[in-house]
Design a protein around this ligand. Structure first.
Ligand code: T5A
Length: 210
């Protein structure tokens, strides 16, 4: 059985991950690729409970606690959803993964990108995506797109400086792994964004399905 491919979508708030996850799903369906669509934090019943806790807890939360909750959700997700699907030969399309913890907790919360990576290694989360699409645009523009939404969650209420640090960490991850991470300028029209996403996907689609 050929192992499936693992695709992740990353970027700050409002850059269009949810919108483009649906687009990628339609491309995979057209290509006849069996896949699992999922998200983090979340993706399992326990992970969704942890998501609710980490995004909507009242009062203060230590940065380390936030990281551990994100990581706990990821351990469950990898072990019970992502890895089994890849081993069945299915592809996995995930809205956010480890890069998000590096960006938000490692850089945004200033816990250190190395510490975040080490924690995941310690827990056996060593999975690297085959393709990561990083939707990038200014923090202000992303938050503006989010403005029409309801009340912001705990992380969405963070400062511009927090999101700037997270954005820089994402871009550094992309520079360090250009074979994995495709950076797409998310400030373009949706059509322009999706042309680039389609190009990136075609690089890893099996030739007969492309
Ligand atoms: N988190 C997560 C961590 O801190 N650490 C971690 O390890 C992980 C995994 C999760 C939160 O948790 C944090 C990060 C987050 O704060 P989430 O729901 O996954 O939350 O993340 P959000 O970024 O909040 O996701 P959203 O769904 O709210 O934003 P999206 O998905 O990026 O944006 P989307 O697709 O909803 O689009 C926003 C609006 O823009 C429009 C859309 O129609 C929509 O109205 N739009 C465009 N408009 C014009 N041009 C385009 N090109 C457009 N693309 C989209």
């Amino acid at each position: 059985m050929t192992r499936g491919k693992f695709i992740t979508l990353e970027g700050l708030e409002g850059v269009g991950k949810t919108t483009n996850r649906a687009f990628l799903e339609s491309l995979l369906n057209e290509a006849g690729v069996a896949f699992v669509g999922t998200r983090e934090p979340g993706g399992t019943p326990l992970g969704e409970s942890l998501r609710n806790l980490v995004l909507h807890a009242e009062g203060q939360m230590q940065a380390e606690t936030e990281l551990l909750l994100m990581a706990a959700s990821r351990v469950e997700h990898v072990a019970t959803v992502i890895e089994p699907a890849l081993q069945r030969g299915e592809w996995v399309l995930c809205d956010r993964f480890l890069d998000a913890s590096v960006a938000y907790q490692g850089a945004g919360r200033e816990l250190g990108v190395e510490r975040v990576a080490q924690l995941h290694e310690m827990m056996g989360v060593v999975l690297t995506p085959d393709l990561t699409i990083l939707l990038d645009m200014t923090v202000e523009a992303g938050l503006e797109r989010m403005a029409e939404r309801g009340a912001p969650d705990r992380i969405e209420r963070e400062t511009l400086a927090f999101f700037e640090r997270a954005r820089m960490a994402y871009l550094q991850r992309a520079t360090a792994a250009p074979e994995r991470v495709v950076v797409v300028d998310a400030s373009q029209t949706l059509v322009q964004v999706q042309v680039q996403i389609q190009d990136a996907l075609e690089r890893i689609l099996p030739r007969s399905s492309a």
